[in-house]
Design a protein around this ligand. Structure first.
Ligand code: 5GP
Length: 193
């Protein structure tokens, strides 16, 4: 797949590995956005989930939003993003979950207005990274609370050695990663084939 190879090459040439198993890709995904490239990732996610009857995309702020947006544009679907801070312009009627953050080492509350997740929805979860899987598990909990179904999970980068993706697959959830990192250290990144 051309896009997968292009993403792997971009990770190798522009990414760096930080202590604590963090892959830094600020140059195109987490700080500066490479818009044409993100749109291509969206197209690939749309291709993978074509014909699956998805009617909404769910992500979590901040870095999931651009990829979810790109996939949604291609699939002609709305995006709902879970908010990490309960702002004043949100109703009290929210789905709320506690999520332990891998990168920040803290626990935060993510909320989605109940008006935006409905019984019978078939929802595709999209995020930038999948590591231990806490963020995705939190989003799945909200989907279950709404009596909706999870069509699958699509992420730009999965760190396979942290097992979050495989744990979800074992539960029967379809998980697609555009790039799947098998191992990494400060001098190399290896992808699962
Ligand atoms: P999980 O909940 O699966 O452990 O972690 C997923 C979330 O943590 C993602 O939404 C992402 O924001 C962040 N994250 C996890 N690992 C990495 C990483 O290696 N690099 C970056 N930039 N973010 C990560």
């Amino acid at each position: 797949m051309l896009l997968v190879k292009a993403l792997e090459d971009k990770i190798l040439s522009e990414g760096s590995v930080l202590p604590g198993n963090v892959l830094k890709v600020n140059g195109f995904l987490n700080h500066r956005l490479d818009v044409p490239f993100i749109m291509e990732m969206g197209k690939e996610i749309a291709r993978l989930f074509e014909g699956c009857g998805v009617n909404k995309i769910l992500t979590i702020e901040t870095s999931g939003i651009p990829i979810a947006f790109a996939a949604a544009q291609e699939m002609s679907l709305p995006v709902i993003f879970a908010k990490k801070h309960k702002s004043k312009n949100l109703s009290d009627d929210v789905y709320s979950v506690e999520i332990e953050s891998f990168t920040h080492g803290n626990t935060y509350t993510a909320v989605v207005d109940k008006a935006f997740l409905n019984e019978g929805d078939n929802i595709l979860i999209v995020d930038d990274f999948l590591a231990i899987g806490n963020a995705v598990k939190g989003l799945i909990k909200m989907i279950e609370s709404a009596k909706a179904t999870t069509a699958g999970v699509a992420v730009a980068i999965e760190k396979g050695f942290q097992n979050g993706g495989d744990a979800l697959r074992q539960k029967g959830i379809r998980v697609e990663a555009l790039a799947l990192v098998d191992s990494m250290d400060d001098s190399s990144v290896t992808f699962r084939k």
